[in-house]
Design a protein around this ligand. Structure first.
Ligand code: AHG
Ligand code: MN
Ligand code: MN
Length: 390
């Protein structure tokens, strides 16, 4: 059969082969970074195999860190299982409680928090947990004694939880620090108040059309694993992820436009200017679930922004378990993260639940956003002419 022609009504390609990208004459679909070869049967590597392979590169490793990552992945599988049956059992809706953030706690928030705490306690490698769903840091004891675990885990157990009831992708975010070497006595939250640059690993799980765990240890790149539900294993599906340097998507809650600072208004309006040559305008994509917006932008290129607003003068997202881990990961993938003033990872944290404005994603987009915010760039026509838009 000639290429591009198919008589098979079930063959999707029959609909698209041999015709222009967009019959309406718009820009080609943005598929950059999204295409991955299918896995051959039997040709897979589990998360556990991957971690053990990596561990061999560190001859003095005790395996404690590998076990900690395994504990995180086990908790993620349990949360995934519960999520997949959420419509069938009574775990939709709110608990009737308000969490430490003053936000309505969903049943799944509480459940995910519990599963992560239990898994980390069972595993014994973690000595302290900080969670969005708990006001204070949680010291862990393993066998009735203090834990001798050397790691601190900070968590957003369930991100985007207001989306659960309507079947939209949500996630988990985790940040891992080592207990400072000179720390004596029971670990307290102060032990975890380290700048993001000190993270030893960070990652997220996205419970979407498939469930993926993506993490980095700050060396060896960013790697993504997709859960194969038939064998209950995360399999390496996205090795060595790098994010496009420039993207065409921006994610922001535009309803707060009136309360943005002028530089941000200009940046967003600049992205909206039409210019066929530079493929302006950009596209807006905002799910309202940070992990999901971040994951899409990481793979395809884009920027996620949650600025300071009148209602949230310090921004909404939390530095220690939302911004820092994603900043650590995005930098490893070649992207950038800023609070509008400087690098997220260099912020000096003051408390577990502190908030920060966040601009994160493709490096050039984050830099351009910064230039507008600092007033170094002004709104001009999107093309190269530099004409000021009145
Ligand atoms: P969480 O569910 O962990 O509280 O996080 C919600 C966050 C984030 O996921 C999302 O991007 C943002 O809140 C949405 O906020 P707005 O509704 O103000 O846009
Ligand atoms: Mn969140
Ligand atoms: Mn949350």
């Amino acid at each position: 059969m000639a290429s591009g022609a198919s008589d098979d009504p079930l063959d999707d390609h029959a609909q698209t082969d041999g015709r222009p990208d967009d019959p309406a004459g718009g820009p080609p679909p943005d598929t950059e970074g999204a295409q991955r070869p299918a896995m051959e049967p039997g040709d897979f590597k589990t998360l556990e195999q991957f971690i053990i392979e990596r561990q061999k590169h560190f001859p003095h490793s005790t395996g404690a860190f590998s076990r900690l990552l395994r504990d995180v992945s086990v908790a993620a599988k349990i949360v995934n299982r519960d999520m997949r049956t959420a419509g069938l059992i009574d775990i939709y809706g709110s608990t009737g409680e308000v969490n430490v953030q003053g936000e309505v706690q969903q049943k799944m928030d509480a459940l995910a928090h519990r599963e992560f705490v239990l898994a980390l306690r069972r595993g014994g490698e973690c000595c302290l947990i900080g969670s969005e769903e708990h006001a204070e840091a949680i010291p862990l004891a393993t066998t009735g004694e203090d834990s001798d675990g050397q790691y601190i885990v900070l968590l957003d157990p369930l991100d985007g939880s207001s989306n659960i009831d309507v079947n939209v992708s949500v996630g988990t975010i985790f940040s891992i620090y080592r207990l400072p070497e000179d720390w004596t006595g029971k670990p307290t939250m102060e032990a975890a108040l380290q700048p993001g640059t000190e993270q030893v690993a960070a990652g997220y799980v996205v419970y979407g059309s498939s469930t993926m765990l993506v993490y980095t240890t700050g060396t060896g790149g960013v790697n993504g694993f997709t859960l194969d539900p038939s064998i209950g294993e995360f399999l390496l599906s996205h090795p060595d992820i790098s994010t496009p340097v420039e993207g065409k998507m921006y994610s922001i809650n535009q309803a707060y436009y009136e309360s943005w600072e002028e530089g941000l208004k200009d940046y967003v309006r600049w992205m909206q200017q039409p210019d066929a040559e530079s493929r302006h305008p950009y596209k807006t994509r905002y799910i309202g679930s940070f992990v999901s917006d971040f994951h899409r932008n990481l793979l395809k290129g884009g920027i996620y922004m949650y600025p300071a607003t009148k209602n949230s003068p310090s921004g909404k997202l939390r530095l220690m378990y939302e911004a820092n881990p994603m900043a650590f990961l995005v930098e490893q993938a070649g992207g950038a993260a800023s609070d509008g003033d400087g690098r997220i990872l260099e912020r000096d944290p003051q408390k577990l639940h502190e908030r920060t404005p966040l601009f994160i994603g493709s490096r050039e987009m984050v830099e351009t956003a910064g230039a507008f915010l600092r007033g170094e760039r002004e709104l001009e026509a999107a093309g190269t002419g530099g004409e000021t838009v009145s």
